[in-house]
Design a protein around this ligand. Structure first.
Ligand SMILES: C[C@H](C[C@H]1O[C@@H](n2cnc3c(N)ncnc32)[C@H](O)[C@@H]1O)NC(=O)c1cc(-c2ccc(F)cc2)cc(O)c1O
Ligand SMILES: [Mg+2]
Length: 214
């Protein structure tokens, strides 16, 4: 049977990247997406903004929603201080299987906890399963209509503290209008929009950074 796009992306990483070198894995995926097949990774333009926010926050507890193939997982994990791990949630088992291999190829498997399942089910389990009190940094990149229910779930589960940073991909394309309205109107968040483009295209998109004020 025909391979899937994530499987072909993995092959491109194994062919063109250097094992244990996260930067080469990131470049190999970006090259694949620019010259072979578009794929819904956060990409290099928005990825640089992601890098700068992660570096600024220097988080000890990190959560990513929507692993896909692990591109942003590798971008984030390579910047974390020694001993810090990121938890990433992926609903689709086939995508999780590819992500696991891409993360391992980058040599970052010891910095990543990849959990298969849906954010709605897993967020309430964070404290008991992973000993998390609050998250310093959360990257939202999953189903766009889950951003709003999940940020409310973070609040209900007491997973945010004064200064927790939430960074959301695709707030313009495909778009997350209800989430944007919520974080921009709520007095409990300080929000800022970072304009960019949909990965590997000229279509407008951007990242929304929201700081929880407690
Ligand atoms: C949603 C996907 C990313 C992954 O998220 C997992 N997922 C989902 N819901 C959950 C959950 N509730 N819990 C855990 N994981 C979860 C899934 O299985 C995908 O692997 N991302 C996108 O759909 C996406 C789409 C586009 C896009 C833009 C323009 C177009 F013309 C077409 C597509 C761009 C992007 O930048 C994206 O990020
Ligand atoms: Mg995205």
């Amino acid at each position: 049977t025909r391979s899937t796009r994530p499987q072909r992306m993995l092959k491109a990483v194994q062919k063109n990247a250097t094992k244990g070198n996260p930067k080469s894995v990131i470049s190999a995926i970006d090259y694949f997406c620019k010259h072979s097949e578009w794929a819904m990774n956060v990409g290099d333009e928005k990825g640089s903004i992601l890098d700068s926010v992660v570096t600024e926050v220097n988080p000890s507890t990190v959560l990513e929603l929507g692993t896909y193939c692990g591109y942003s997982t590798v971008r984030i994990a390579r910047l974390l201080s020694p001993g810090t791990k990121l938890i990433t949630l992926e609903f689709n088992p086939a995508n999780a299987a590819v992500a696991k291999q891409i993360i391992a190829y980058a040599g970052l498997q010891d910095k990543v906890i990849l959990v298969e399942g849906s954010s709605g089910d897993l967020i309430p389990q964070m404290k008991e399963r992973f000993g998390i009190t609050t998250f310093d940094f959360i990257f939202l990149d999953h189903w766009k209509d889950r951003y709003l229910p999940d940020i409310k779930l973070f609040e209900e589960c007491g997973l945010l503290r004064k200064g927790s940073v939430l960074l959301a991909d695709n707030v313009i394309c495909p778009g997350t209008p209800e989430y944007l309205e919520y974080v921009r109107k709520s007095p409990r968040y300080e929000s800022k929009y970072f304009p960019a483009h949909l990965e590997y295209t000229k279509v407008e998109d951007g990242l929304e950074k929201s700081v929880f004020l407690g």
